[in-house]
Design a protein around this ligand. Sequence first.
Ligand code: PNS
Length: 161
Amino acid sequence: MKKAIYPGSFDPVTFGHMDIITRASQLVDELVVGVLNNSAKNSLFSLPERVSMIEEMTRDLPNVTVASFNGLLVDFMNEIGATIIVRGLRAVTDFEYELQIAQANHVQDERIETVFLTADFKYSYLSSTIVKEFASYGGDISHFVPQCFIDRIYQKYSQKG
Ligand code: PNS
């Protein structure tokens, strides 16, 4: 039984994340999308909002669940019995940071392996930060996130303004 976690901030979840979730779910028995509850990070969306957006997006994937976690990823993985971390690599610029985290997590617990999936070419530029940057100026984000999230994202900026 291979249980993997795809951890991240998902603020908000994008088509790029969804592509990795879909492909990773085909490689393992169970995939948990782990949403980091990082109080130090000033998130646009609350933790419950981020979780529910991913739940909506992954509804049709039967072996995918969504959970939030605090603290160290390796501790959460032990709690839920996951041994594989899935991360997406968009470009070589992601690599240095990801390599460091993967090695540090493996040193923490040698049963834990990180598996990298290369982002689909059409999403190699995409990040939650790009979504927020375009949305904050009222730009077109329809290529980045599902239609049903667009108003929710814009609304965050109209509340602020
Ligand atoms: O989407 P992100 O923000 O790049 O995801 C980063 C994440 C959540 C994978 C990473 O920050 C993480 O695992 N944080 C939990 C705390 C932890 O375990 N830190 C040690 C490894 S950085």
